[in-house]
Design a protein around this ligand. Structure first.
Ligand code: NAP
Length: 424
């Protein structure tokens, strides 16, 4: 029987699925002790701080994470930061293998003039703000404008636009951060424009997300029929299945008669952002009609860019083009990468299951003689470590606080508050 130690850095979906893959690869001859190291005091990554709060079904995958976490060979070291409390070299020296699962948390930028004005922000800040991520609780989100523009035609842009255009009382029974519910209730935003630089046939939305939009009870959703007709004309007969399904979903929206609600979410296509203008804050955004010199502008006080993410580099790990340099998840000796840090920011949560599983098979192929087991506890004397037990106390307290209000949970936003809930 060979027993190996593996450190997984990052307690998000890719990290848990890597642990699960290792559990599944165990046999009479092979076993693993897995330590999951997480910078935040709470695990679950994007399932906690990315998935839109009005999509609670997507979050049920957390039950799978907890099953993996409590299977007997996994320990959680949350509130422990690589680069501060521990180095990658510490981990590589002590564990048989180290798996980076830290995602891509920084928003890509447009690189246009005015992008730094107050009122212009990235979805990479807005999404964790409404999801009670401790690092974004004090984010300044100016909702005093009547019109907001969201740049990008992916599911993150759609989440952001929906959150801005929903009747905020629809969030009362969700786990949206309480500060965000208050701000959204006071919001002056009534029109949200989702802006795509290419035609509808190239939109990166997925059709289930488009198909749920007509079900919004208090928001007009507007797509111009001419935009779908011209997209259909451009794609012609040999239309891909996903594109067909997307265009059908958009055509259904285009056929709807606007319901006369106070709030509107509107799609625009073939609009390339050129400049954000304003004196001291965002006042308008200028576009060109894609492929032409023709300019037009939209008066607005808020621009949110949702155009993809890149990794924030960690010391001692090679990065290029916003991700960790790797070949099929192998980085260098006993160092591996999974998830968005490996392949870039694409795919849904479930995509990480097969991806992590493929990389863990390679990790097992590469294993040599097990190293003598050593603990990392001696390195962490200065850190307040949140263990699985502490996290379970935090989780139970949040769920109990939610029960009283009919919500799945009430998230605590401050690190100190989370540590107190964990009885630390
Ligand atoms: P995405 O799907 O890659 O979409 C990014 C969008 O940004 C594309 O429309 C892209 O347009 C646009 N874009 C990129 N650079 C731009 C620029 N310089 N100017 C204007 N537009 C630009 O990324 P995402 O929305 O961040 O989502 C990431 C992944 O998470 C996706 O796989 C998504 O499906 C998934 N996700 C899923 C859900 C869900 O299942 N409910 C929710 C959220 C996210 P071009 O195509 O022209 O480059």
């Amino acid at each position: 029987m060979s027993s190996y130690t593996v450190a997984i850095v990052g307690a998000g979906p890719a990290g848990y699925f890597a642990a699960q893959a290792l559990q599944n690869l165990q046999s009479d001859e092979l076993s693993f002790s897995i330590d999951i190291i997480e910078r935040l005091p709470t695990p679950w990554g994007l399932v906690r701080s990315g998935v839109a709060p009005d999509h609670p079904k997507i979050k049920t995958v957390a039950k799978v994470f907890e099953k993996i976490a409590t299977a007997g060979n996994v320990r959680l070291f949350a509130n422990v930061e690589l680069g501060k409390d521990l180095s990658i070299e510490d981990l590589k020296a002590r564990y048989d293998a180290v798996v980076i699962a830290t995602g891509t948390s920084q928003g890509r930028t447009l690189g246009i003039p005015g992008e730094d004005l107050p009122g212009s922000m990235s979805a990479a800040n807005f999404v964790p703000w409404y999801n009670a991520h401790p690092d974004f609780k004090d984010e300044s989100v100016d909702l005093s404008t009547s019109t907001a523009v969201v740049i990008g035609a992916g599911n993150v842009a759609m989440d952001v636009a929906r959150m801005l255009a929903l009747e905020p009382s629809e969030l009362d029974l969700t786990d949206t951060a309480e500060h965000a519910i208050d701000a959204l209730k006071a919001s002056a935003v009534r029109t949200v424009i989702i802006s795509a630089r290419r035609g509808a046939e190239h939109a990166a939305f997925t059709s289930p997300e488009l198909r749920e939009l007509p079900k919004l009870e208090h928001t007009n959703v507007i797509i111009e029929k001419k935009d779908i007709d011209s997209a259909l004309a451009r794609v012609g007969e040999n239309i891909e299945k996903d594109v067909k399904s997307n265009l059908e979903a958009m055509a259904l929206i285009a056929e709807q008669v606007p319901a006369g609600h106070e709030r509107t979410m509107k799609f625009q296509f073939l609009a390339t952002p050129k400049e954000i203008r304003g004196t001291g804050k965002v006042e308008e955004i200028v576009f060109t009609k894609t492929g032409t010199e023709e300019e037009f502008s939209i008066k607005c006080g808020l621009v949110i860019t949702a155009i993809g993410y890149e990794a924030i580099p960690l010391a001692g790990i090679p990065y290029k083009n916003g991700k960790v340099v790797n070949t099929d998840g192998r980085v260098e000796e006993n160092l591996y990468v999974v998830g968005w840090a490996k392949r870039g920011p694409s795919g849904v949560i479930g995509t990480n299951k097969s991806d992590s599983s493929d990389v863990m098979k390679l990790l097992v192929e590469d294993l040599k003689e097990p190293k003598p087991h050593t603990d990392i506890a001696d390195l962490l004397s200065g850190a307040t470590v949140v263990s699985q037990g502490h996290w379970e106390a935090i989780n139970a307290a949040e769920v109990a606080a939610g029960e009283a209000k009919g919500k799945p949970r009430v998230k605590s936003v401050a690190r100190e508050e989370l540590l107190l809930l964990g009885k630390l």
